[in-house]
Ligand binder design. Structure first.
Ligand SMILES: Nc1nc2c(c(=O)[nH]1)N=C([C@H](O)[C@H](O)COP(=O)(O)OP(=O)(O)OP(=O)(O)O)CN2
Ligand SMILES: [Zn+2]
Length: 150
């Protein structure tokens, strides 16, 4: 039995700060984040089906990533719920697109959060025959975090 891995890459823009950071990152700033999901599975062998020869259609992966991550997170500001000064400030801006998360919005924590949101949706495709194997979140072109399912 041969298993394959496929990866879909999308990008979004968002702001954040790391409140206790000793360097520049405690200030409000933004990134062009890049997110990559890697799925592991067998190839569909249903002759004549749209998915024949694929683990999953790249377009379907994109749709799920867009609904789950890109649309809610693009042009939002990530803030830890413990960062009360920022939460209170952002709440004063009418209609501001804020994403409150349980932890400090580091690349690692955002990657973990994205993994937890995407895994149930992706892993339920094709009767559970595919698995979200890795999620990589680039905070900058030079810095990224991986969450790996073992
Ligand atoms: N392990 C982590 N370290 C840092 C994180 C993080 O999420 N996880 N985040 C930051 C900052 O938010 C910032 O995004 C990174 O800034 P910097 O280190 O300056 O990254 P650059 O790619 O811009 O650095 P260059 O030196 O210009 O390549 C900090 N640390
Ligand atoms: Zn940053």
């Amino acid at each position: 039995m041969k298993f394959f891995e496929i990866t879909r890459h999308l990008e979004f823009d968002a702001g954040h700060r790391i409140p206790n950071h000793q360097g520049q990152c405690r200030h409000l700033h933004g990134h062009r984040y890049q997110i990559e999901v890697t799925l592991k599975g067998e190839l569909s062998e249903v002759t004549g089906s749209s998915n024949e020869g694929m683990i999953m259609d790249f377009g379907d992966i994109k749709r799920i990533m867009q609904e789950t991550i890109i649309e809610p997170w693009d042009h939002s500001f990530f803030v830890a719920k413990s960062d009360v000064v920022m939460v209170d400030f952002l709440n004063t801006i009418p209609g501001h697109k804020t994403t409150v998360i349980d932890h400090i919005p580091t690349a690692e924590n955002l990657a973990k959060f994205a993994f937890e949101l995407l895994a149930p949706k992706l892993n339920s495709q094709f009767d559970g025959k595919i698995k979200l194997q890795r999620l990589r979140l680039y905070e900058t072109p030079n810095c990224w975090a991986d969450v790996i399912e073992e």
